[in-house]
Design a protein around this ligand. Structure first.
Ligand code: G3H
Ligand code: ZN
Length: 294
Protein backbone atom coordinates (compact mmCIF):
# COMPACT_ATOMS: atom_id res chain seq x y z
CA UNK A 1 0.00 0.00 0.00
CA UNK A 2 2.87 2.36 0.77
CA UNK A 3 4.09 1.95 -2.80
CA UNK A 4 0.92 3.64 -4.02
CA UNK A 5 1.78 6.77 -2.02
CA UNK A 6 5.48 6.56 -2.90
CA UNK A 7 4.63 6.56 -6.59
CA UNK A 8 2.40 9.62 -6.10
CA UNK A 9 5.19 11.39 -4.19
CA UNK A 10 7.72 10.59 -6.91
CA UNK A 11 5.46 11.65 -9.76
CA UNK A 12 3.95 14.73 -8.07
CA UNK A 13 0.31 13.84 -8.01
CA UNK A 14 -1.99 13.18 -5.05
CA UNK A 15 -4.44 10.53 -4.00
CA UNK A 16 -7.90 11.60 -2.93
CA UNK A 17 -8.98 10.27 0.46
CA UNK A 18 -12.76 10.19 0.18
CA UNK A 19 -14.88 9.73 3.29
CA UNK A 20 -17.90 7.46 3.29
CA UNK A 21 -20.46 6.23 5.77
CA UNK A 22 -22.85 4.37 3.49
CA UNK A 23 -22.49 1.68 0.85
CA UNK A 24 -23.73 3.96 -1.93
CA UNK A 25 -21.18 6.72 -1.22
CA UNK A 26 -18.46 4.08 -1.40
CA UNK A 27 -19.99 2.74 -4.61
CA UNK A 28 -20.07 6.21 -6.19
CA UNK A 29 -16.43 6.78 -5.24
CA UNK A 30 -15.24 3.44 -6.60
CA UNK A 31 -17.20 3.91 -9.85
CA UNK A 32 -15.57 7.31 -10.34
CA UNK A 33 -12.10 5.87 -9.71
CA UNK A 34 -12.81 2.95 -12.04
CA UNK A 35 -13.93 5.22 -14.84
CA UNK A 36 -10.72 7.25 -14.53
CA UNK A 37 -8.38 4.32 -13.70
CA UNK A 38 -7.29 6.00 -10.49
CA UNK A 39 -5.96 4.56 -7.25
CA UNK A 40 -7.96 5.90 -4.30
CA UNK A 41 -8.07 6.09 -0.55
CA UNK A 42 -11.47 5.71 1.07
CA UNK A 43 -11.90 6.66 4.69
CA UNK A 44 -14.21 6.57 7.64
CA UNK A 45 -14.00 8.69 10.76
CA UNK A 46 -14.87 7.05 14.05
CA UNK A 47 -18.50 8.18 13.64
CA UNK A 48 -18.75 7.11 10.01
CA UNK A 49 -17.12 3.73 10.77
CA UNK A 50 -19.47 3.29 13.71
CA UNK A 51 -22.44 3.85 11.42
CA UNK A 52 -21.50 1.52 8.56
CA UNK A 53 -19.54 -0.85 10.81
CA UNK A 54 -15.74 -1.18 10.78
CA UNK A 55 -15.68 -4.79 9.65
CA UNK A 56 -18.51 -4.13 7.23
CA UNK A 57 -16.58 -1.20 5.71
CA UNK A 58 -13.47 -3.38 5.32
CA UNK A 59 -15.49 -6.21 3.77
CA UNK A 60 -17.18 -3.87 1.28
CA UNK A 61 -13.86 -2.30 0.30
CA UNK A 62 -12.36 -5.78 -0.13
CA UNK A 63 -15.13 -6.77 -2.51
CA UNK A 64 -14.86 -3.53 -4.49
CA UNK A 65 -11.08 -3.84 -4.70
CA UNK A 66 -11.51 -7.18 -6.40
CA UNK A 67 -14.52 -6.33 -8.51
CA UNK A 68 -13.13 -3.04 -9.81
CA UNK A 69 -9.51 -4.27 -9.94
CA UNK A 70 -8.33 -1.05 -8.37
CA UNK A 71 -5.80 -0.19 -5.69
CA UNK A 72 -8.04 1.01 -2.84
CA UNK A 73 -6.61 1.94 0.55
CA UNK A 74 -9.04 1.92 3.47
CA UNK A 75 -8.09 4.56 6.02
CA UNK A 76 -9.27 5.38 9.53
CA UNK A 77 -9.68 9.16 9.62
CA UNK A 78 -8.99 11.20 12.81
CA UNK A 79 -8.54 8.34 15.27
CA UNK A 80 -8.15 10.06 18.63
CA UNK A 81 -7.01 7.15 20.81
CA UNK A 82 -5.22 3.84 20.60
CA UNK A 83 -8.40 1.79 21.09
CA UNK A 84 -9.96 3.07 17.89
CA UNK A 85 -6.68 2.52 16.01
CA UNK A 86 -6.64 -1.09 17.26
CA UNK A 87 -10.28 -1.57 16.28
CA UNK A 88 -9.67 -0.32 12.74
CA UNK A 89 -6.60 -2.46 12.03
CA UNK A 90 -8.28 -5.52 13.53
CA UNK A 91 -11.22 -4.92 11.18
CA UNK A 92 -8.83 -4.86 8.22
CA UNK A 93 -8.10 -1.15 7.60
CA UNK A 94 -4.91 -0.55 5.62
CA UNK A 95 -4.07 2.85 7.06
CA UNK A 96 -4.78 4.84 10.21
CA UNK A 97 -4.65 8.50 11.08
CA UNK A 98 -3.78 9.13 14.72
CA UNK A 99 -4.94 12.68 15.41
CA UNK A 100 -3.21 13.99 18.51
CA UNK A 101 -3.36 17.60 17.32
CA UNK A 102 -5.68 18.57 20.19
CA UNK A 103 -3.01 17.54 22.72
CA UNK A 104 0.06 19.46 23.83
CA UNK A 105 2.98 18.95 21.44
CA UNK A 106 4.75 16.73 23.98
CA UNK A 107 1.63 14.59 24.58
CA UNK A 108 1.00 14.40 20.84
CA UNK A 109 4.52 13.01 20.31
CA UNK A 110 4.10 10.52 23.17
CA UNK A 111 0.73 9.22 22.06
CA UNK A 112 1.53 9.18 18.35
CA UNK A 113 4.76 7.25 19.10
CA UNK A 114 2.73 4.65 21.00
CA UNK A 115 0.35 4.31 18.06
CA UNK A 116 3.30 3.97 15.63
CA UNK A 117 4.86 1.28 17.85
CA UNK A 118 1.58 -0.60 17.92
CA UNK A 119 1.19 -0.40 14.13
CA UNK A 120 4.77 -1.54 13.48
CA UNK A 121 4.35 -4.55 15.78
CA UNK A 122 0.99 -5.38 14.23
CA UNK A 123 2.45 -5.12 10.70
CA UNK A 124 5.29 -7.46 11.64
CA UNK A 125 3.11 -10.02 13.39
CA UNK A 126 0.51 -10.19 10.66
CA UNK A 127 2.87 -9.45 7.77
CA UNK A 128 0.61 -6.62 6.63
CA UNK A 129 2.06 -3.17 6.09
CA UNK A 130 -0.29 -0.66 7.73
CA UNK A 131 0.33 3.04 7.08
CA UNK A 132 0.17 5.52 9.95
CA UNK A 133 -0.45 9.27 9.72
CA UNK A 134 0.14 11.84 12.45
CA UNK A 135 -1.01 15.45 12.67
CA UNK A 136 0.34 18.76 13.95
CA UNK A 137 -1.10 22.25 13.76
CA UNK A 138 -4.57 23.51 14.65
CA UNK A 139 -7.13 22.47 12.04
CA UNK A 140 -10.37 24.42 12.44
CA UNK A 141 -13.93 23.53 11.42
CA UNK A 142 -15.94 20.35 10.94
CA UNK A 143 -17.09 18.61 7.74
CA UNK A 144 -20.23 20.65 7.12
CA UNK A 145 -21.38 23.89 5.49
CA UNK A 146 -20.36 26.86 7.66
CA UNK A 147 -22.04 30.24 7.49
CA UNK A 148 -19.46 32.05 9.61
CA UNK A 149 -16.24 33.45 8.20
CA UNK A 150 -13.12 31.34 8.60
CA UNK A 151 -10.38 33.06 10.63
CA UNK A 152 -7.08 31.25 10.58
CA UNK A 153 -4.33 32.50 12.86
CA UNK A 154 -0.62 32.31 12.13
CA UNK A 155 -0.25 30.20 15.28
CA UNK A 156 -2.64 27.56 13.83
CA UNK A 157 -0.19 26.74 11.05
CA UNK A 158 2.24 23.83 11.22
CA UNK A 159 5.78 24.92 11.95
CA UNK A 160 8.38 23.52 9.48
CA UNK A 161 10.89 22.80 12.28
CA UNK A 162 8.25 21.07 14.39
CA UNK A 163 7.17 19.01 11.39
CA UNK A 164 10.68 17.59 11.03
CA UNK A 165 11.07 17.06 14.77
CA UNK A 166 7.67 15.34 14.95
CA UNK A 167 8.37 12.86 12.17
CA UNK A 168 11.83 12.08 13.56
CA UNK A 169 10.50 11.50 17.05
CA UNK A 170 7.39 9.52 16.14
CA UNK A 171 8.36 7.70 12.93
CA UNK A 172 4.99 8.32 11.22
CA UNK A 173 4.68 7.53 7.51
CA UNK A 174 2.40 10.49 6.72
CA UNK A 175 1.85 13.89 8.25
CA UNK A 176 -1.28 16.02 8.19
CA UNK A 177 -0.37 19.70 8.23
CA UNK A 178 -2.21 22.99 8.62
CA UNK A 179 -1.42 25.58 5.94
CA UNK A 180 -4.66 27.59 5.78
CA UNK A 181 -6.92 24.56 5.27
CA UNK A 182 -9.93 23.85 7.49
CA UNK A 183 -12.65 21.22 7.67
CA UNK A 184 -15.85 22.09 5.84
CA UNK A 185 -17.03 24.51 3.19
CA UNK A 186 -17.24 28.16 4.18
CA UNK A 187 -20.11 30.00 2.49
CA UNK A 188 -18.54 33.37 3.27
CA UNK A 189 -15.38 32.71 1.23
CA UNK A 190 -13.02 29.97 0.13
CA UNK A 191 -10.04 28.82 2.15
CA UNK A 192 -6.72 30.23 0.94
CA UNK A 193 -3.63 28.10 1.33
CA UNK A 194 -0.35 29.48 2.66
CA UNK A 195 1.75 27.92 -0.08
CA UNK A 196 4.94 29.54 1.19
CA UNK A 197 4.45 27.66 4.49
CA UNK A 198 3.97 24.41 2.60
CA UNK A 199 7.18 25.02 0.63
CA UNK A 200 9.07 25.64 3.89
CA UNK A 201 7.68 22.42 5.43
CA UNK A 202 8.61 20.42 2.33
CA UNK A 203 12.13 21.90 2.42
CA UNK A 204 12.53 20.61 6.01
CA UNK A 205 11.01 17.15 5.65
CA UNK A 206 11.84 16.30 2.02
CA UNK A 207 10.55 12.87 1.02
CA UNK A 208 10.77 11.46 4.56
CA UNK A 209 7.02 11.61 4.97
CA UNK A 210 3.85 11.76 2.87
CA UNK A 211 2.35 15.22 3.35
CA UNK A 212 -1.42 15.27 3.81
CA UNK A 213 -3.92 18.07 3.24
CA UNK A 214 -7.07 17.69 5.33
CA UNK A 215 -10.14 19.82 4.80
CA UNK A 216 -9.85 19.50 1.02
CA UNK A 217 -13.41 20.73 0.41
CA UNK A 218 -13.84 24.40 -0.38
CA UNK A 219 -10.22 25.17 -1.30
CA UNK A 220 -9.78 26.86 -4.70
CA UNK A 221 -8.69 24.33 -7.33
CA UNK A 222 -5.65 26.44 -8.24
CA UNK A 223 -4.37 26.34 -4.65
CA UNK A 224 -4.87 22.57 -4.43
CA UNK A 225 -2.99 22.12 -7.70
CA UNK A 226 -0.07 24.21 -6.47
CA UNK A 227 -0.06 22.39 -3.12
CA UNK A 228 0.29 19.08 -4.97
CA UNK A 229 3.13 20.50 -7.05
CA UNK A 230 4.79 21.50 -3.77
CA UNK A 231 4.56 18.02 -2.25
CA UNK A 232 1.06 17.15 -0.97
CA UNK A 233 0.34 13.47 -1.79
CA UNK A 234 -3.00 12.90 -0.06
CA UNK A 235 -6.00 15.24 -0.09
CA UNK A 236 -8.93 14.47 2.21
CA UNK A 237 -12.41 15.23 0.91
CA UNK A 238 -15.60 14.87 2.88
CA UNK A 239 -17.92 17.91 2.96
CA UNK A 240 -18.24 18.27 -0.81
CA UNK A 241 -19.35 14.62 -0.97
CA UNK A 242 -21.87 15.17 1.82
CA UNK A 243 -23.28 18.22 0.03
CA UNK A 244 -23.49 16.31 -3.26
CA UNK A 245 -25.23 13.39 -1.53
CA UNK A 246 -27.77 15.74 0.03
CA UNK A 247 -28.33 17.61 -3.24
CA UNK A 248 -29.05 14.27 -4.94
CA UNK A 249 -31.63 13.37 -2.31
CA UNK A 250 -33.31 16.78 -2.52
CA UNK A 251 -33.45 16.57 -6.30
CA UNK A 252 -35.00 13.11 -6.11
CA UNK A 253 -37.58 14.02 -3.45
CA UNK A 254 -38.62 17.08 -5.47
CA UNK A 255 -38.84 15.16 -8.75
CA UNK A 256 -40.46 11.93 -7.48
CA UNK A 257 -42.19 12.57 -4.15
CA UNK A 258 -44.04 9.24 -4.31
CA UNK A 259 -40.96 7.10 -4.96
CA UNK A 260 -40.43 4.51 -2.21
CA UNK A 261 -37.77 2.20 -3.65
CA UNK A 262 -34.48 2.96 -1.89
CA UNK A 263 -32.18 1.97 -4.75
CA UNK A 264 -34.13 4.28 -7.06
CA UNK A 265 -34.25 7.13 -4.54
CA UNK A 266 -30.49 6.90 -3.95
CA UNK A 267 -29.38 6.85 -7.59
CA UNK A 268 -29.25 10.67 -7.98
CA UNK A 269 -27.05 10.85 -4.86
CA UNK A 270 -24.69 8.26 -6.34
CA UNK A 271 -24.54 10.28 -9.58
CA UNK A 272 -23.83 13.55 -7.74
CA UNK A 273 -21.14 12.06 -5.49
CA UNK A 274 -19.52 10.32 -8.45
CA UNK A 275 -19.34 13.63 -10.33
CA UNK A 276 -17.50 15.31 -7.44
CA UNK A 277 -15.06 12.41 -7.03
CA UNK A 278 -14.27 12.42 -10.77
CA UNK A 279 -13.63 16.15 -10.69
CA UNK A 280 -11.27 15.75 -7.69
CA UNK A 281 -9.37 12.82 -9.23
CA UNK A 282 -8.73 14.94 -12.33
CA UNK A 283 -7.61 17.87 -10.17
CA UNK A 284 -5.29 15.68 -8.08
CA UNK A 285 -3.71 14.13 -11.20
CA UNK A 286 -4.23 10.50 -10.18
CA UNK A 287 -6.08 9.57 -13.36
CA UNK A 288 -4.53 6.57 -15.21
CA UNK A 289 -2.11 5.83 -12.37
CA UNK A 290 -3.20 2.38 -11.29
CA UNK A 291 -0.12 0.57 -12.50
CA UNK A 292 2.27 0.63 -9.53
CA UNK A 293 5.26 -0.53 -11.56
CA UNK A 294 5.48 2.29 -14.04
O1 G3H B 1 -10.57 14.14 7.38
C1 G3H B 1 -11.37 14.49 6.50
C2 G3H B 1 -11.13 15.69 5.71
O2 G3H B 1 -10.18 16.49 6.28
C3 G3H B 1 -12.32 16.30 5.12
O3 G3H B 1 -12.35 17.71 5.06
O4 G3H B 1 -14.79 18.01 4.97
O5 G3H B 1 -13.28 19.88 4.41
O6 G3H B 1 -13.48 17.94 2.89
P1 G3H B 1 -13.54 18.44 4.29
ZN1 ZN C 1 -9.63 15.80 8.40
Amino acid sequence: MKEILKKAQKEHYALGAFNFSTAEILKATVLAAKELSSPIIVATSEGEGGFIGFREAAALVGVWREAAKLPIILNLDHGKNLDIIKKAVAAGYDAVHFDGSGLSYKENIEQTSKAVKYIREYSKTFDRDVIIEGEIGYLRGASSLHQEKLEIKESDLTSPEQALDFIEQTGVDSLAIVIGNAHGVFAAGEEKLHLDRLAAIKKEVGDKVFLVLHGGSGIPAEDVKKAIELGIVKVNINTELRLAYKAGLEKEFAASPSETTPYKMLQPSIDEVKKVVMEKIKLFGSENKININN
